[in-house]
Every structure is written in C-alpha cells, then in structure tokens.
Write a protein that binds this ligand. Sequence first.
Ligand SMILES: Cc1cc2nc3c(=O)[nH]c(=O)nc-3n(C[C@H](O)[C@H](O)[C@H](O)COP(=O)(O)O)c2cc1C
Length: 195
Amino acid sequence: MAEQHVLAISGSLRVNSFNSWLVANAGECAPENMEIEVYKGMGSLPLYNPDLDDGRFSEVTDLRSRIGEADGLLISTPEYNYGIPGALKNLLDWASRPTNGTALRHKPVAITGVASGHFGTVRAQKQLREVLLNRNSDVVTDPMLYIFMGSERFDEEGHLHDEVTRGFLTDLLTSLERRIRINAIEYDRPEYKLK
Ligand SMILES: Cc1cc2nc3c(=O)[nH]c(=O)nc-3n(C[C@H](O)[C@H](O)[C@H](O)COP(=O)(O)O)c2cc1C
C-alpha cells in the first residue's frame, strides 16, 4: 500500500471536463509512494446552509471524513467569471466547518487548473489559494501550474497526452509529496492534533 493517500477534487461538474480529466490522469504522474483517489461527490452536495449543518447529510459526512483521512489534496479548478465555480466553493464551505475541527486545517493541498482559453485559471487559482489559506491549509506554492488551451492537452478519451503538461503535473505532485512529509514533521505532534 502507498505511504501517502491523496484525495483529488475536480471543480467541474461537466462530463467531459478538462479538470476532471486532469485529476483522473494524476495517478500516472504521481510519485511511487503516492496513491490518488478521485472524489466524485461534488454534484451531490446540498447548497451550504448553517441551519442544515447538523449531520443530516451523509454526503457531507463522507466529504469531511475523506478529506480528514487523506494525507493531502489535489484540487484542479476551472475558472468561472474570474473566480472558482460555485460548486467548488460550496464544497469548500462544507469542508471548512465546524471551524474547530475543520478537515482542511494544516492539510497539504496542491492546486492547479485547466482552462479552455489562454489564461490558464490564474485568477481562479489565486482565489482558491486565498480560501485555503484562510482555513490554514498547507498550500503548495511552488510550482504553480496553470494549464491553458485544455483541448490541446488531452485526447478525445481524456488521456493527458501532452508531455510538457505531464512533466509539470509530476513536478507539482512531487512537491506535494515533499510537503506531506514536512507537514507530518511539523504537525504530527500532540499539540497540533485536533480533538
Ligand atoms: C460560466 C462560465 C464562466 C467562465 N469564465 C471563464 C473565465 O472567467 N476565464 C476563463 O479563462 N475561462 C472561463 N470559462 C471557460 C472555462 O475555462 C472552460 O469552460 C473550461 O473548459 C471549464 O473547465 P472544465 O473543462 O473542467 O469544465 C468559463 C466557462 C463557463 C461555463
């Protein structure tokens, strides 16, 4: 069994989504000691409402426990109107609560994103990084991976054939692997453990 278990989240609900294809290909670019599980429940999450945040939704419990149990996260976001899609923000809002036990706290997270156009999700990733830093997630900032012209990176079955992008994704996941190891040294101590 791999030493590091990473949960990969695509911020798109679209069937032939570039971002979903990217996370589906991530396992092939991951270091040997990392396994990547793709989260598929984003579309089943209800809209966040604090009044309903009382354990009634199994989808929410499942999301929180999957994030909590993962050694790290990989999030690939589209850019919608210069920001992250509402569905992804909704997922992060659920994951961010309860604030004293948030599964995102100190969680190593690598972020990336694929755009159909030329700007490569620069603005969406900046926003995503801010949301995660607000939750004290341990965000990988080097390298930053902005993938533009998504249709040129994948074949029709969603295989990531672009070797340059595969190399950059490998670099990002290698950096996440290192961040997970450093994070364990920094935070795997009783004073940092969440009750
Ligand atoms: C509602 C909406 C808003 C969008 N806004 C932007 C944008 O601000 N910047 C951008 O580069 N692309 C924008 N796009 C294009 C997306 O980059 C493109 O649809 C991309 O393929 C979405 O990712 P996906 O393939 O993973 O679904 C937008 C698309 C939609 C549907």
